[in-house]
Design a protein around this ligand. Structure first.
Ligand SMILES: [Zn+2]
Length: 419
């Protein structure tokens, strides 16, 4: 394909080979979750899809080079909605990767002062400006790779001031990058070293100080907590969720990543916005989430990169009627990738999703997890004009050409993203 050229903010996009439209009225995946339209053109107005032509229709009579972007037969999908990322860190931890290549385990590295705690020390030492610059660079990279809406968590500061600093950096970074960003306070990511013998006291700081201040300053849309043996138990998580609910914030839960401690029942009780990871979830708990209509955010990148055996049973989740989202879990320790096409490949091969289901989960599924399903995640009329052009004949090619697939062009609210 020749380089795609055209106005940065076109009224029309013509010459579309295939337009992929994820759909669902309930959050459940239909048998064919992507509607395909061939040889159509789009009209964009005020950053939204104003009109989709009939298949094989002639181009609009007033389409001229100044107002028309020629897709030259490209596949167009919605921009990705990445519903789970941890971008507010300083250094990548590639040194730990090298140690793991030599045979050290993630647990051994963490016990020697690496892992989340090394990220924590660096975030505490960084200024808000330094952190903002780093996060903005990562947001631009997400856009290049086709992500147009993102959820972004704090969680490496682990003091009131350092968590609020991280959230401010996320908020400031989102504006110039153009990404739609849903910030989440993850003060309860792990117990910081100062509280290692008194985790309940740290939970009290999160619940009584951190959450109310983040809400009051308008810095977070949601609160998240990590339920795991190495992090917080169900009772501690309950205190965090209670505080989040009192502050009027949405609730999310990292749970069942390595063990199943009862986080899913807590999630159902608190009607959380999403339950994330779920590699070790039981069949009974899958049915509970399906019945409650709570989206499950699947993160196969972390399973792959930590070299774990067990991936979430996405097949059973879809067949049980769950809403699923597929996200990068972008973070410096367990999933340092920003590529949703690569995550789609893992979901297809390791979780037995079809390419269409994987695309649905990485777009409209993510939108459901963020509560934005009437605005983003698909490209029907009145949805935001957030889309990617691909040098690919079919959506199957996105996960099939693993590791090297990136969009030929990305549009956010009808405006082409320029690197
Ligand atoms: Zn995470």
């Amino acid at each position: 394909m020749t380089t795609l050229k055209g106005p940065a903010q076109p009224r029309y996009v013509t010459g579309i080979g295939t337009l992929a439209l994820p759909y669902s009225s309930s959050g459940r995946l239909p048998t064919c979750p992507i509607m395909l339209k061939r040889r159509v053109w789009l009209e964009i107005a005020a950053g939204r899809i104003a009109h989709i032509s009939a298949e094989d229709a002639n181009p609009p009579p007033d389409a001229v080079p100044d107002n028309t972007f020629d897709a030259q037969g490209s596949l167009i999908t919605p921009g990705f909605v990445d519903a789970h990322t941890h971008p507010a860190f300083v250094d990548c931890r590639s040194g730990e990767f090298v140690k793991r290549c030599r045979g050290e385990t993630y647990q051994q590295i963490a016990a020697a002062g690496g892992g989340i705690l090394s990220s924590m020390r660096a975030v505490r030492a960084a200024s808000e400006e330094e952190l903002t610059t780093l996060v903005e660079k990562r947001f631009r990279r997400f856009l290049e790779l086709g992500v147009t809406t993102i959820e972004a968590k704090s969680g490496y500061g682990l003091t009131v001031e350092d968590e609020l600093k991280s959230l401010r950096a996320i908020k400031k970074a989102a504006q110039p990058s153009g990404l739609d960003c849903c910030p989440t306070l993850l003060g309860a990511h792990t117990v910081p070293p100062e509280f290692v013998d008194k985790p309940d006291d740290y939970v009290k700081v999160v619940a009584d100080e951190m959450i109310p201040r983040a809400a009051k300053e308008g810095l977070a849309e949601a609160v998240d907590v990590f339920v795991e043996r190495s992090a917080f138990n169900v009772e501690q998580a309950r205190r965090v969720l209670e505080a989040g609910r009192s502050a009027g914030l949405k609730l999310r839960l990292h749970t069942d990543q390595f063990t199943s401690l009862g986080g899913v029942r807590l999630a159902v009780e608190y009607e959380v916005a999403s339950v994330d990871h779920c590699d070790y979830i039981s069949a009974v708990d899958i049915k509970l989430l399906a019945a409650a209509g709570i989206p499950i955010v699947l993160l196969p990148g972390a399973v792959f990169f930590l070299d774990q055996e067990r991936y979430a049973d996405a097949r059973q989740m879809v067949d049980s009627g769950c809403c699923i989202a597929l996200s990068t879990d972008f973070n410096p320790g367990s999933s340092p990738t920003q590529s949703l096409p690569l995550i789609m490949t893992l979901a297809c091969l390791k979780m037995r999703l079809t390419p269409a289901e994987a695309l649905w989960a990485a777009t409209l599924g993510g939108a459901y997890a963020l509560g934005r399903q009437s605005d983003v995640g698909t490209l029907f009329e009145d949805f935001q004009a957030d889309f990617c052009l691909w040098d690919a004949p079919e959506i199957d090619y996105i996960p099939y050409t693993f590791g090297d697939q990136r969009p030929a062009a990305v549009f956010k609210k009808g405006m082409r993203f320029a690197e």
